[in-house]
Design a protein around this ligand. Sequence first.
Ligand code: COA
Length: 149
Amino acid sequence: MLVRRARREDYPVFAAIEAEHPGYPAWGVNGFEAEENNRNSVTLAAECDGRVAGFINFWMLRPQVQLNTLAVGRAFLRRGAATALIGKLAEYAAKSLCREIDLEVNEHNAAAIALYSARGFVAVGRRPKFYDDKDDAVLMRKTLPGKDI
Ligand SMILES: CC(C)(COP(=O)(O)OP(=O)(O)OC[C@H]1O[C@@H](n2cnc3c(N)ncnc32)[C@H](O)[C@@H]1OP(=O)(O)O)[C@@H](O)C(=O)NCCC(=O)NCCS
C-alpha cells in the first residue's frame, strides 16, 4: 500500500469512493478542491496495485491534528489502506511536533471505531445528535509522545 499526496485527478475517484458508503458525509469533488485553498489542509491517497484505494484529509493545527475525512473503496476494504493512511498522518503529526490527533465518528460506525481503537485512539467525549440531528458523534483522541514545544 503506497500513500502519497493527493492530486486533482484523484478527486473524482474520492467522490466515487464516498458514494460507495451511503450515509457517509461526502465532500464531493468541490469539497476536495476547496481544501487546496487551506494551507493547513493535507489530503493523501492510498494506492494499491496502481489504483486509488482510499483517501484521508486532515488539518495540521499545531499542536493538534484534526482528522476530517477518511474512506476506503469497497474493493479494498480490510487490506490495511486506512491503517496506512492513519500511519502517514501520524508521521506528519510527529514531524510537526503535534501533541494530539482528534476526530469525530458516528456512534454507530463500528468499523471506524474498531479501526481507531486499534490505532490507540480513545473516546474523550460526545456530541449529541451531531449527524442529521439523530446520531451522536463520538470524539476520539490519540495523544502523541513528544518533546516540549
Ligand atoms: C472504516 C474504514 C475507513 C476502514 O478501512 P479499511 O482500509 O478497511 O481498514 P483497515 O484494513 O486498515 O483495518 C484496520 C483494522 O480496523 C478494524 N476494522 C476495519 N474495518 C472493520 C469492520 N468492518 N469491522 C470491524 N473492525 C474493522 C479492524 O481492527 C482492522 O484490523 P483487521 O483487519 O486486522 O481485523 C472503511 O470501512 C470505510 O471507508 N468506511 C466508510 C467510511 C468511514 O466510515 N470512514 C470513517 C470516518 S470517521
